[in-house]
Write a protein that binds this ligand. Structure first.
Ligand code: GLA
Length: 386
């Protein structure tokens, strides 16, 4: 039966799903699935007084929503000290609560301090050598700090442009510096190759031989120019001996798009890529959330930006969302059994804290996660644990 536990829940006027079932009757979400189920958590979730704290038990893997990004860890100025305090909160929570940690992210064109890209090259940008020295120092520092506590790292995030080409000056300073240094074609991804080599080198040098290295991106969950370029890049990395273990599909999706079968096809394609040693790449779903808005309700798809869903629309879409979450997880289970996927993380703990409330426009009210604004389980949760 589709909503077997619906009788235990009722909807409030705010669209939240409340329930009389107490915590002990709400099984931890991750215990229902054979693959690892995790979530992104902000720092404030690790204070026991936080309303998000009690929900952390649903996940067996945690990733820092922001606290391990370059701007969170790198010194405020070149030559300064790395900032570990906030990241340590997650790592300490994980150690005390038998929870695994996924690392996000070593190299990303966003959320990186300006000094990292500045230097004596063209247009005040760093030369390739300056950039590489900073990248190597950062990667080395991270693995010296966390070698055994973090099992998987996104080495690079979002290096392919939406147009199906390497990101260029307009969207990435990494891209700009590669071009300024005279690199062309696939060689514009040289910094990605270097990042993977340093990550493996410094992980291994610090006892992290089991740490798995991932390339993470969005819009690779369906066929298209971006996915084709991404596959070309992965094959180029392998040809050039990049020590890559897997691919992270972000999966920031919508209730009505892309379809479960499109995502299934993408996992099949990406996990079919073999390394030189004959081992297939693993896939992980790294940032799953499911907006209740449709593509044509966001400006980048040509429609108006709708900030609030009329109640009737919201109430019609919430069950559809729960059904799609369930179909997705059933499909993930199949991929897990086929050895193609081993982990799925949702991007956030509860609807009220999701980044989708301010993207693509501030002031939006979205409902992308298994728990609602009152930190209560939604239909999504009940569908996933039934
Ligand atoms: C991207 C990044 C994440 C996060 C989300 C939005 O997907 O990889 O780190 O910033 O955007 O919050």
């Amino acid at each position: 039966m589709v909503f077997s536990l619906l009788s235990a829940t009722c909807k409030t006027n705010s669209g939240n799903t409340t329930t009389n079932i107490n915590n002990s009757e709400q099984p931890a979400l991750h215990t229902k699935w054979p693959f690892m189920v995790g979530a992104a958590a902000p720092n404030r979730a690790f204070f026991p007084s936080s309303e998000q704290y009690d929900l952390l038990r649903h996940y067996e893997v945690l990733v820092a929503e922001n606290e391990m990004k370059p701007d969170a860890l790198l010194p405020d100025a070149e030559g300064g000290s790395h900032k570990w305090t906030n990241a340590d909160m997650l790592v300490n929570y994980a150690q005390e609560n038998d929870t695994k940690v996924r690392g996000h992210v070593l190299v990303w064109h966003n959320q990186t301090p300006a000094w990292f890209f500045a230097g004596s090259g063209k247009d005040g940008l760093a030369t390739k050598e300056q950039l590489y020295s900073r990248m190597e120092n950062h990667i080395k520092a991270v693995f010296e700090k966390y070698s055994s506590q973090i099992g998987w790292w996104d080495v690079c995030n979002e290096v392919v442009g939406d147009d199906g080409h390497p990101r260029t000056a307009s969207s990435s300073k990494y891209g700009a510096i590669m071009v300024n240094s005279g690199l062309t074609g696939m060689n514009r991804y040289e910094y990605v190759l270097m990042a993977f080599r340093w990550a493996r080198q410094y992980a291994d040098a610090n006892g992290g031989q089991d740490v798995k290295l991932y390339l993470n991106d969005y819009n690779i969950e369906y066929n298209g120019a971006k996915q084709s370029e991404f596959i070309k890049l992965v094959n180029w990395l392998i040809e050039n001996n990049a020590p890559i273990d897997g691919i992270g599909l972000q999966c920031h999706i919508k209730w009505d798009w892309p379809s479960v079968s499109q995502i299934s096809g993408a996992i099949d394609k990406l996990s079919a890529i073999k390394r030189k040693d004959g081992v297939n790449l693993m896939t992980q779903v790294t940032e799953l959330d499911m907006s209740l808005f449709s593509s044509n309700e966001t400006s980048y798809a040509g429609g108006p930006i709708l900030l609030t869903l009329p109640d009737t629309m919201r109430d019609r879409r919430l069950p559809a969302q729960a059904k799609k979450y369930r179909e997705l997880f059933d499909m993930f289970k199949q991929k897990y059994e086929e050895g193609k996927l081993d982990m799925v993380l949702v991007w956030g703990i509860a609807d009220g804290h999701s980044w989708l409330n301010s993207h693509p426009a501030r002031g939006r009210t979205d409902y992308p996660l298994p728990f609602d604004r009152d930190y209560e389980p939604k239909l999504v949760y009940w569908e996933l644990v039934r």
